[in-house]
Design a binder for this molecule. Structure first.
Ligand code: PLP
Length: 342
């Protein structure tokens, strides 16, 4: 080969190397644990705003934590967006997260300041979730129930046998929060006695999205879940109402954490900052009709969301339920004493 051709070949190789790296620098993979439509919109808008090729993989919270554990030595994603924060804390406890304290944490509701001071180095709070029931009013009527359930204890009504659904806590964060909420209200023993009794009325434990769809279709009469999901179904025309249990308002928070050894760390930090912004938090309800409560004090909440002012949030020990050993112990206990005892 002539010297000039060699130089051209070398030039092309270098060009290819640099452009490959430039493309690599413009990437981001998000593990997403919110509704599919929200994952799509959030990731798409981020890509447009920052000219970054962002992709997402959607899974429930427990399922995403299991993926992070399985991929510990070879992480496949850069950031985990959404899902119950207890599982994010558990991921932190297991050493699966990278430190990053977003400056936007300063804009998060002050009532969570203590939690942010303690855990914000690994996990940010992107939204607030309120736990309750969804009811299908037509199905309740068919079952001869004229008064919808008001309290957790009302779900034990024998007329509801086979018509209650809740997600499986092995994959879903929702039911983990429900178990923890009942433990906060009544203590562990009574909470598990209740869950065993409720078993008699539960037709099946499925993914949270399916629990909501089944309620709308009238395949169940009562669902346990985060109540904003029922506001969306009602808006679509389903005969569904949401109920805040009389015993007190259980809740969780939406977590967001950068994954340890993320390949696209700088882009993950950009995403974290943006996802906490007023723009991103309002986009969730304005453009995807999903009504979790924004945590950025400058973000307007949807009129469909329950106002935090009207909530009496129970005292909830995120430190305890965010420990990985406690998470595993409670999920295993539920499996053995509740689901498999069916
Ligand atoms: N985040 C949001 C916004 C949700 O609506 C839900 C469930 O309704 C969750 C997280 C928890 O989802 P999962 O129980 O599938 O983990």
């Amino acid at each position: 080969m002539k010297t000039s051709s060699k130089l051209t070949a070398l030039g092309l190789t270098l060009l290819s190397f640099f452009s490959h790296n430039a493309i690599a620098e413009k990437k981001l993979t998000v593990y997403c644990s919110v509704q599919h439509a929200t994952c799509e919109k959030i990731v798409q808008r981020f890509s447009e705003n920052y000219n970054i090729n962002a992709q997402f993989v959607r899974n429930s919270t427990g399922a995403t934590l299991a993926k992070l554990i399985a991929e510990k030595n070879n992480p496949q994603a850069d950031i985990w967006y959404g899902g119950t924060i207890e599982h994010h804390f558990q991921a932190g406890d297991l050493g699966l997260l990278a430190p990053y304290r977003s400056p936007r944490q300063a804009e998060i509701m002050p009532q969570f300041k203590t939690l942010i001071d303690k855990h914000g180095e690994l996990t940010s709070i992107v939204y607030l979730l309120v736990l309750g029931f969804g009811v299908n009013t037509e199905k309740l009527k068919q079952l001869g129930i004229t008064e919808p359930p008001k309290c957790w204890s009302d779900l034990l009504d024998p007329r509801l046998q086979g018509y209650v659904q809740m997600p499986d806590p092995q994959i879903s964060g929702t039911t983990y929060t429900a178990i923890a909420t009942l433990m906060e209200l009544w203590g562990e023993q009574k909470a598990f006695e209740y869950l065993k009794k409720l078993n008699a009325n539960v037709s099946e434990y499925v993914k949270s999205a399916l629990v909501t769809t089944n309620l709308s279709r009238g395949e169940s009469a009562v669902a346990v879940g985060f109540i904003h999901s029922y506001a969306t179904e009602k808006e679509k025309g389903a005969p569904v109402e949401s109920i805040l249990p009389c015993e007190g308002d259980g809740y969780s928070l939406g977590g967001m954490s950068i994954i340890k050894n993320a390949r696209n760390l700088d882009n993950a930090k950009l995403f974290a900052d943006w996802a906490l912004s007023k723009e991103a938090q309002e986009l969730v309800w304005r453009e995807t009709k999903v009504y979790q409560i924004p945590t950025n004090i400058h973000a307007e909440a949807s009129p469909q969301s329950v106002s935090p002012k009207h909530l009496k949030l129970i005292s909830y020990d995120f430190d305890r339920f965010g420990k990985s050993l406690e998470g595993k112990r409670l999920t295993d206990k539920w499996l053995k004493e509740v689901k498999l005892a069916k």
